[in-house]
Design a protein around this ligand. Structure first.
Ligand SMILES: Nc1ncnc2c1ncn2[C@@H]1O[C@H](COP(=O)(O)OP(=O)(O)OP(=O)(O)O)[C@@H](O)[C@H]1O
Ligand SMILES: [Mg+2]
Length: 362
């Protein structure tokens, strides 16, 4: 079928490997450095699976140069028609990671990939093509890729290598009888994308995603949270907030006891030495002070009662006085929103990136 050749070049060496995968389909993880042609290979495989009548799905594990769903998410889409590019595949389900890089978010990336692979399997898809980020150098990359491949019970690994850059990850799986490693050469048509282009592509995807969004107010008391201290503990009584305000030299507008940690929110910057007195009073060495402004512009995942991602949002503010969270989102109604996961990326509503926070900093 010509779908497999649409604008895409396929080196001769690839054919036998693709045939092998089609004859024993399973989870197929595609790894390689940046711009190695991973996403293009996934598109090609998707078209082949249609031609061979192998029910397939794609899990887009790249949270930066996302093709299925917006950046900061892992997307899963079912392959039902020939495509020219992975981005032609409609997202069936998304998982919120909250960052455009897996660094510092490896557990979320691995969890998301696993859940979406399982979902595709439950829908009867035999071949599940998993696209990944170009992060393959160094020990962080090795740990992420190794554990992800193990957790997904990969039947095949496709490695697109210029040289031997993925070998430090592949060797371990060479010994496995359950997983076949396919070492493929890179197409001479693979072209690099500059950092500027990558940033522009992300901004364009975000802009498109938030194009018809509106603002909502969500009462803090009505939601559960993740990726933040907020609403994870026991509210502190006003007298303790007053005490903390005196210590920090700035008004403390919210406070919770979270296990043995004290979490405090101030309206602006505070006297860092004041935390010692609070530590003494509460008998803890863990006092976390967060300025309310730090929540502004954060990307969040809005989830339903099954903890499934409904949509992304951008926090306008957390108003601790009226106890509401203001969020900008393409969702039509916030009725089904039961949980909010805070990400690490700060975004303007036009899709441009402002900056990022470290995980755990809110
Ligand atoms: N087999 C191919 N035939 C034609 N063009 C290709 C092929 N492989 C890659 N390209 C081109 O090279 C560029 C990079 O490819 P692609 O985006 O698939 O790489 P990637 O490894 O997914 O990159 P990233 O690291 O950003 O995820 C794209 O413009 C793509 O069109
Ligand atoms: Mg890619």
């Amino acid at each position: 079928m010509e779908a497999t050749t649409m604008h895409l070049h396929m080196p001769d060496q690839w054919q036998d490997h693709i045939n092998d995968i089609m004859s024993s389909p399973g989870v197929t993880v595609v790894v390689g450095g940046i711009d190695a042609g991973k996403s293009t290979f996934c598109a090609l495989m998707s078209n082949y699976s249609l031609e061979k009548d192998v029910p397939s799905a794609v899990v887009d594990g790249d949270v930066g140069q996302s093709e299925i769903g917006p950046p900061t998410t892992i997307g899963m889409g079912l392959v039902n028609a020939p495509i020219e590019s992975l981005s032609d595949i409609e997202p069936h389900s998304l998982y919120f990671v909250g960052s455009t890089s897996p660094v510092g978010h490896m557990l979320a990336c691995t969890t998301g990939a696993k859940l979406l692979v399982e979902e595709a399997q439950a829908l009867g898809r035999q071949l599940i093509i998993v696209d990944t980020t170009g992060l393959i150098r160094g020990s962080v990359a090795r740990r992420l890729k190794t554990h992800k491949i193990e957790l997904l019970h990969a039947r095949h690994i496709i490695a697109l290598q210029r040289d031997d850059e993925a070998e430090h990850i592949l060797r371990f799986f060479d010994m496995s009888e359950d997983c076949t490693v396919h070492r493929l050469e890179i197409s001479p048509f693979a072209r690099p994308k500059s950092q500027t282009l990558r940033m522009q592509r992300r901004a364009a995807k975000f802009r498109e995603y938030f194009r018809e969004s509106q603002s909502f107010e969500i009462p803090l008391s009505s939601i559960a949270t993740s990726g933040t201290w907020l609403r994870t503990g026991r509210l502190l009584e006003p007298k303790y907030l007053k005490f903390a305000s005196t210590c920090l030299g700035v008004e403390v507008i919210h406070g919770e006891m979270v296990g043995r940690s004290v979490y405090l929110v101030t309206e602006r910057d505070y006297n860092r030495r004041g935390t010692e007195e609070i530590e003494e009073e509460f008998g803890t060495n863990s006092v976390v002070v967060v300025s309310a402004l730090r929540y502004a512009s954060l990307v969040v995942g809005l989830m339903d009662k099954h903890l499934k991602l409904l949509a992304l949002g951008i926090v306008s503010s957390v108003d601790f006085r009226s106890k509401v969270l203001r969020v900008y989102t393409p969702l039509r109604s916030i009725m089904p929103v039961k949980s909010i996961r805070f990400g690490a990326l700060k975004l303007r509503t036009d899709g441009t990136e402002i900056g990022r926070i470290r995980p755990g900093d809110v």
